[in-house]
Design a protein around this ligand. Structure first.
Ligand code: HEM
Length: 351
């Protein structure tokens, strides 16, 4: 246990050291998003502010969250697909963050809000694998423009407290791929809590093995437990249940790699792959500790999906560059702003 805890701490140290020089040098230089140069990182920051208001110091999206730490035990099976260190047999420390989609850090938990999990795996050579995953079966958009248009169409009109139905109808008419994806999402209602949610990449990446063979892969962390029933009352029902459950013991997810077949879409995250695709069970993620967002923990990590280890490569999915650019802009903005306490305070949750 002692060794394990020490390696987890080392892992966090590595994350912090890496962050100091990271800051998205590439992503931040890459100002333009999308093929037609119509959108910039500022377009997105402005859109988030217009839809959610100004919340200094918080993420522009997935603003409400809580920090977790643990480790990943690899069984070695993933090495068939990727030479990444994480897939060799052994243990890798991880720091992560559970979140709810949306830019309001004080929003009340709601079952229908998309749940996020950011993970940063730290390797002994100082390299990392970062990813940001969702509890959805597909992503609602297949382009940065689609994400931007949907964000604005969902803006709440003060008079009604609801988004403008005409704006949403116009969005869906202009983005049939999102209408189709939302129909898939509707058929997969969310589980009761964080602990029993699957968390998936949705986007395709290319795994490269020791022989140089490249394979399209999507991955999911599949929950190994049921969720503690949320207690009624308060606005943090989902987070509170997660905190109480983690206090009574570790939570586990199995990492399942899904192998794409020729012809499967690799650049469109709105399209599911057929359900009979081959899978590889690569090991188990165990989360052991939960902490309030604070200086130096995952509050200050940018879960940029393009921070990849050797053996995992990006696909041509246009969401990847858009995310990397916008996450870097959000990170740069929020780390330069004054901080206020997060809505989820682990120590204030009753046993
Ligand atoms: C063009 C598409 C997207 C845009 C513009 C976008 C934007 C953002 C922004 C601005 C943040 C906050 C970053 C920070 O300050 O650290 C964020 C966080 C997050 N996003 Fe996205 N996102 C997009 C697509 C996706 C996709 C496809 C997924 C997952 C499959 C995803 C999952 C997450 C998660 C889990 C977080 C929270 C990570 C954390 O705890 O820091 N996003 N997103």
């Amino acid at each position: 246990v002692e060794l394990n805890r020490r390696s987890v701490l080392l892992g966090i140290g590595a994350v912090t050291a890496f962050l100091a020089v990271d800051l998205g040098a590439v992503a931040y230089a890459n100002k333009w998003i999308g093929p037609d140069n119509a959108l910039t990182r500022e377009s997105f920051l402005n859109a988030f502010r217009s839809v959610f208001g100004t919340h200094l110091g918080f993420r522009r999206n997935h603003a409400k969250g809580v920090v977790v730490t643990g480790h990943f035990d690899s069984n070695g099976n993933g090495s068939e697909l990727s030479r990444a260190v994480i897939f060799r047999p052994g243990q890798t420390p991880v720091t992560g963050r559970f979140s709810l989609a949306g830019g309001n850090p004080n929003a009340a938990d709601a079952a229908a809000t998309a749940r996020g999990l950011g993970l940063a795996f730290a390797f002994p050579d100082g390299t990392q694998w970062r990813s940001a995953l969702l509890n959805l079966p597909v992503f609602p958009d297949n382009s940065a423009q689609g994400f931007y248009d949907r964000l604005l169409a969902g803006k709440v009109v003060p008079a009604t407290g609801q988004p403008d139905p005409a704006a949403m109808a116009a969005f869906l008419a202009a983005h049939p791929e999102s209408a189709a994806a939302m129909a898939v999402i509707k058929k997969h209602p969310p589980s009761p809590g964080f602990a029993d949610s699957p968390f998936s990449s949705l986007i395709t990446f290319h795994f490269v093995n020791d022989h140089g063979a490249r394979t399209p892969v999507r991955w999911s962390f599949v929950p190994q437990q049921q969720a503690l029933a949320p207690r009624s009352g308060g606005s943090n029902t989902l987070f509170d249940a997660l905190i109480r459950q983690l206090r009574s013991g570790p939570l586990q997810w199995r990492l399942i790699l899904t192998v794409g077949a020729p012809g499967d879409p690799t650049t469109d995250a709105t399209l599911p792959w057929p359900s009979d695709r081959r899978t590889v069970d690569a090991g188990v993620l165990t989360l052991t500790d939960i902490q309030t967002e604070a200086a130096g923990n995952a509050r200050d990590i940018n879960f940029d999906p393009l921070v990849l280890p050797d053996g995992i490569e990006p696909s041509d999915d246009p969401l990847l560059n858009a995310r990397s650019t916008v996450y870097a802009a959000s990170y740069r903005a929020r780390t330069g702003e004054p901080k206020s306490p997060s809505a989820v305070q682990v120590d204030k949750v009753a046993p």
